[in-house]
Design a protein around this ligand. Structure first.
Ligand code: SAH
Ligand code: SF4
Ligand code: F3S
Length: 441
């Protein structure tokens, strides 16, 4: 098609990177690019990377190596690295992998079209600034293309908490909230394009405090604002920090019908000693009391968490404290990781836990979480839940969607379509998903 060029984006890491990749694709649309899902026919390849653990960061270099042949065949192919590895390693990337043409940090995405032009002119382009201008404004989506029923919307970015293990405050910068009117406008636009469910994103989303019409709004106020949008049926948000779970946000879980009964609230460890060493600024007890209050507001809420095992100096007893906390909370979902040393973070300097010990702990923790997840999923059998259909299932006439509690649910469509929400009676709990029947009366 004429002089249309093709852009291949591969996204690693968290949901915010998914959102950023969409914005970058839209920005490059203005430079004549359309997205392709194969690197082989691309004119530009962009890796949107994650720096959170060593493995995630190293993957980028092996992936880049694989494009060597492609670049030899197609000298005009431009290769870019975006995201958190770009921010953290900058020029080092170009040194380690000379086939990279451009490196762009998460705060400079709006400058991508200019950078691409520079790369086309044969120069290397690097931008890892934290500029003054509002990248979200500059990245405003232009095309009114139809979208699927669910979307992410970044409302807050960056983090000021500096947990001792974490690179995010360095790669994403200081905590910044977007103004309320911009978010509401973007949300309305998404709904006009077919979106029914919006997940608000932020590294510390519940610390949101964006400028509103009458002073700063909290996340709860923003949720109530979104609640007014006709056609928007579901609101979610992620990721929250225990210290920013304000009373109005807890209350919203009990009162706002569009706010779904699911909360991702990472605790990382159940040991007070380790939490302190992690600089988490909450303790085991305050977390458990918080969970109690949230469940009092919304008894059926599904709690999800993140855990790090083998954090420096973690003893057997510290780990048992984490296991006991998990037993007490009962998680419907969780992400758990072996501690990974990140250069430049305070924990990197400390006595590391033996890898064999850490691996064993991770297995035990994951086995416990899997059991809890399964019990909670099984307990859905016999219940009626709302399901938003996201796509056709593998079998003929089948639809797959997500329940209010974010479980994947398969149903026989019986005339229902993608984008609709139906009341579904859960009849079976399989290994990965639930099966249900649309309630007709
Ligand atoms: N803002 C969120 C987490 C963002 S990072 C919060 O405060 O909880 C996502 C998850 O990656 C973290 O919750 C943590 O469990 C994990 N993580 C971060 N740094 C890590 C490291 N150095 N090693 C292992 N896991 C890590
Ligand atoms: Fe990282 Fe989350 Fe801690 Fe911020 S609060 S430093 S993003 S783990
Ligand atoms: Fe990874 Fe950056 Fe997200 S480090 S988890 S892509 S904020």
């Amino acid at each position: 098609m004429g002089d249309q060029k093709k852009l291949y984006i591969k996204t690693y890491g968290c949901q915010m990177n998914v959102y950023d990749s969409e914005r970058m694709a839209e920005a490059m649309g203005g430079s004549g690019y359309v997205e392709t899902d194969s690197p082989d026919d691309a004119d530009m390849i962009l890796l949107n990377t994650c720096h959170i653990r060593e493995k995630a960061a190293e993957k980028v270099y092996s992936e880049l190596g694989r494009f060597k042949g492609l670049k030899a065949e197609k000298p005009d192919l431009k290769i870019g690295v975006a995201g958190c590895v770009a921010q953290a390693e900058g020029e080092e990337i170009m040194r380690r992998q000379p086939l990279v043409d451009l490196v762009v940090g998460p705060q400079a995405y709006h400058r991508l079209p200019e950078m691409e032009a520079k790369a086309r002119a044969g120069e290397k382009a690097l931008d890892t600034d934290f500029p003054e201008e509002d990248k979200f404004e500059r990245l405003k989506s232009r095309p009114k293309a139809k979208r699927g029923p669910t979307a992410f919307l970044t409302v807050q970015e960056g983090c000021d908490k500096f947990c001792a293990f974490c690179v995010v405050p360095y790669t994403r910068g200081a905590e910044v909230s977007r103004p309320v009117d911009r978010i509401l406008t973007e949300a309305r636009d998404l709904v006009e394009r077919g979106v029914r469910e919006i997940t608000l994103l932020g590294q510390n989303v519940n610390a949101y405090h964006g400028a509103g019409p009458d002073g700063d709004w909290s996340l709860a106020q923003l949720i109530w604002g979104l609640n007014e949008i006709d056609g928007l049926a579901r609101i979610r948000f992620t990721t929250s920090h225990p210290n920013d779970m304000t009373d109005d946000l807890i209350a919203a879980h009990g009162e706002c019908e569009k706010l779904m009964p699911y909360l991702h609230l990472p605790v990382q460890s159940g040991s007070d000693r380790i939490l302190k060493r992690m600089n988490r600024s909450h303790d085991r007890d305050s977390y458990l009391r918080l969970i109690e209050r949230i469940r009092a507001a919304r008894p059926d809420i599904l709690i999800s968490g993140d855990f790090i095992v083998g954090f420096p100096e973690e003893t057997d007893q510290d780990f048992e404290d984490t296991m006991a906390l998990i037993e007490e909370v009962k998680y419907g979902q969780a992400f758990s990781f072996k501690y990974s040393t990140r250069p430049g973070t305070p924990a990197a300097e400390r006595a590391q836990v033996d890898d064999v010990v850490a691996t064993e702990r991770l297995y035990r923790l994951q086995a416990l979480i899997t059991k809890q997840q399964r019990e909670i999923k099984d307990s859905m059998v016999g219940r009626n839940v709302g399901v938003l259909f996201e796509k056709p299932g593998r079998l003929d006439g089948q639809l797959v969607g997500k329940s209010d509690h974010l479980h994947a649910v398969h149903v026989e469509a019986r005339g229902a379509a993608v984008g609709e929400i139906a009341e579904v009676r859960i009849v079976e709990s399989g290994p990965n998903s639930l099966r249900g029947e649309i309630v007709t009366d």
